[in-house]
Design a binder for this molecule. Structure first.
Ligand code: DLL
Length: 425
C-alpha cells in the first residue's frame, strides 16, 4: 500500500470510528458536545486535532464497561490493566477486534524474524494482562506453535527451552534477563540454546539492554509495543533487520505526538513528545486520542515504507524524575551504567528526601567477574558520567551479585521512598 492509499484508508476508518463512538458511547457524545465538535467536522486527517483527548481517568470514571460501544453479548473477551494505583481499566473486544488484534500481533512477530512453523515460548503473563493471551493469538495466527508458558516459574521456563527447543521467546526484557542469569547459575550456556529470536516489550528498555540480551543468548531481539487501552501488544513491532524502532500498524492505529505540557500543540514527525493513539477499526472500545504518557517520536517508514515508526520509548512521563531542577529518566541511567564494564543490568533507583532536597541513589549489582574493588571504581565512574551527561549528582550503591529483586514481568525501576507528602518543587 502506498502512503496515499494508507491515508485514504485511515480517513475512511477514522470517520467510521468517530461516528461509532459518538453514537454508541454516551461519554464520548457528551465530551464531543462539550467541545463543540461533531464527527462530521472531520474532513481530513488533520481535523482529528479538534477532538478531545481520552485518558486513563476517563476509563476509570466509566468503570467497568461504560466506554464499550457494543452490547456485552458482542464482547467475548475483556482484559484489565491494574495500573499502580486506583481502579483497573477494563477493555473489551468483539470477535472482529480479536481477529484484528491477532493480525497486528502476527505482523509484529513476522517483522521480528519469527516465521510460520517456528516454536514460540510465550512467557508473557496470561490472565487479565493483555500480554499473554494477546501474543498467544497472534503467534497462532502466524502459523507458529505456541508454548503457553506464561510468566514466572523460571526453572520450568529453562526446562522447556532445553527440551522443546523453541526458536523464539517472548517476554519482558527484564524477565529474559532473569532467565539468562538463572541459566548461568545452573551451569547452562545460554548461547548454546535453540533461541534465535526474542520479541520483547511491555516495559522500557534501552539499546544497551538489547545488546546485553543479544550477546548473552546469541539471538536477535526486537521490540514490541502496545497498551491495553489501545489494544494490547502489537500496536507496533520492530524489524529485526533494521532495529530502528517499531513500525506502527497504521491501518489500525493512528498516532500523534503532542506536547505533554501544552496539549494544544500537535508536534511534527521527528519531535519528541507524548504518543497519542486513535483506534481505526476497534468496535467494542473505540478510543479517540488516547494519551499514552509514553515519550517517543514519529519517524518515517523503513522496513514497511508506507507506515511510520516510533522511536524506542524513552520513558513514561510519570517516570520522569525532576532532581533539583534537572529532568532525568531511568533509561538514561541504564544507558550509562551498561556502558561501564563491571556493572550489571540489574539496578533500581531510590528517590529519598533526607533533608529538604531530593536525592537519587542508583542501586546496582556488580557483575560476578568484577571484584568489589573494581566495582567501587565502576560506581565512581557511573557517578561521574551521570554528572557529566545528565548534569545531576546521584549516589551509587553497589550491590552484590544476585541480591536485587529479579523481574517476573514488568520490573519497577523507580522506588519513591520520599513519603506521601509534598513532592512538588
Ligand atoms: O504492556 C501490552 C504489551 C504486552 C506490550 C506485551 C508489549 C508486549 P499495558 O499493561 O497496558 O500493556 O502497559 C502499557 O507499557 O503505555 C508503555 O508504558 C509500556 N510499554 C509497552 N510496550 C513497551 C515497549 C502492555 N516496547 C504500557 N517499550 C505502555 C517501552 C512499553 N514501554
Amino acid at each position: 500500500m502506498s502512503r496515499d492509499e494508507l491515508e485514504a484508508l485511515q480517513l475512511e476508518r477514522l470517520r467510521w470510528t468517530l461516528r461509532h463512538a459518538y453514537e454508541n458511547v454516551p461519554f464520548c457524545r457528551r465530551r464531543f458536545d462539550e467541545h463543540g465538535v461533531h464527527p462530521d467536522d472531520l474532513v481530513e486527517l488533520a481535523d482529528l486535532r479538534k477532538f478531545p483527548y481520552t485518558t486513563k481517568d476517563d476509563l476509570r470514571e466509566n468503570y467497568p464497561f461504560g466506554m464499550f460501544a457494543v452490547p456485552m453479548d458482542r464482547v467475548p473477551r475483556i482484559h484489565a490493566s491494574s495500573g499502580t494505583t486506583g481502579l483497573p481499566t477494563v477493555v473489551g473486544y468483539t470477535r472482529g477486534d480479536l481477529d484484528n488484534w491477532a493480525t497486528v500481533v502476527a505482523r509484529s512477530f513476522r517483522i521480528s524474524g519469527t516465521r510460520p512453523g517456528d516454536l514460540v515460548q510465550n512467557a508473557y503473563g496470561y490472565g487479565l494482562f493483555t500480554g499473554g493471551l494477546g501474543a498467544h493469538a497472534g503467534i497462532e495466527k502466524l502459523g507458529c506453535t505456541v508454548v503457553p508458558m506464561s510468566g514466572g516459574q523460571t526453572d520450568k521456563q529453562i526446562q522447556l527451552i532445553e527440551d522443546f527447543r523453541p526458536r523464539v521467546i517472548c517476554c519482558t526484557p527484564t524477565y529474559l534477563l532473569t532467565i539468562l542469569d538463572a541459566m548461568r547459575h545452573r551451569g547452562i550456556d545460554p548461547r548454546a540454546t535453540s533461541l534465535e529470536v526474542a520479541v520483547l516489550g511491555a516495559e522500557p528498555w534501552t539499546n544497551e539492554m538489547r545488546r546485553e540480551i543479544e550477546a548473552g543468548f546469541d539471538l536477535r531481539a526486537s521490540d514490541i509495543y502496545g497498551l491495553s487501552e489501545v489494544m494490547g501488544p502489537g500496536v507496533a513491532g520492530e524489524s529485526a533487520e533494521y532495529q530502528d524502532g517499531s513500525t506502527i500498524w497504521e491501518d489500525h492505529f493512528l498516532p500523534e505526538i503532542v506536547d505533554p505540557d501544552d496539549l494544544t500543540r500537535v508536534l511534527d514527525d521527528g519531535e519528541t513528545g507524548e504518543l497519542v493513539f486513535t483506534s481505526l477499526t476497534k468496535e467494542a472500545l473505540p478510543i479517540i486520542r488516547y494519551r499514552t504518557k509514553d515519550l517517543s517520536q514519529l519517524l518515517p517508514g523503513t522496513a514497511r515504507p508506507a507506515m511510520r515508526r516510533m522511536a524506542k520509548i524513552k520513558s513514561r512521563t510519570d517516570d520522569m524524575i525532576i532532581l533539583r531542577g534537572v529532568n532525568l529518566f531511568p533509561s538514561q541511567i541504564e544507558e550509562i551504567a551498561l556502558a561501564i564494564p563491571g556493572l550489571s543490568p540489574h539496578y533500581h533507583l531510590e528517590l529519598t528526601r533526607p533533608g529538604r532536597m531530593d536525592e537519587l541513589t542508583v542501586v546496582i549489582e556488580r557483575r560476578e567477574d568484577c571484584t568489589p574493588e573494581a566495582a567501587a571504581a565502576a560506581s565512581e565512574e557511573l557517578r561521574r558520567c551521570v554528572k557529566i551527561r545528565i548534569g545531576s549528582t546521584v549516589n551509587v550503591t553497589v550491590a552484590e551479585p544476585m541480591t536485587l529483586e529479579r523481574s517476573a514481568g514488568k520490573l519497577k525501576r523507580l522506588h519513591d521512598l520520599r513519603g506521601p507528602v509534598d513532592h512538588a518543587g
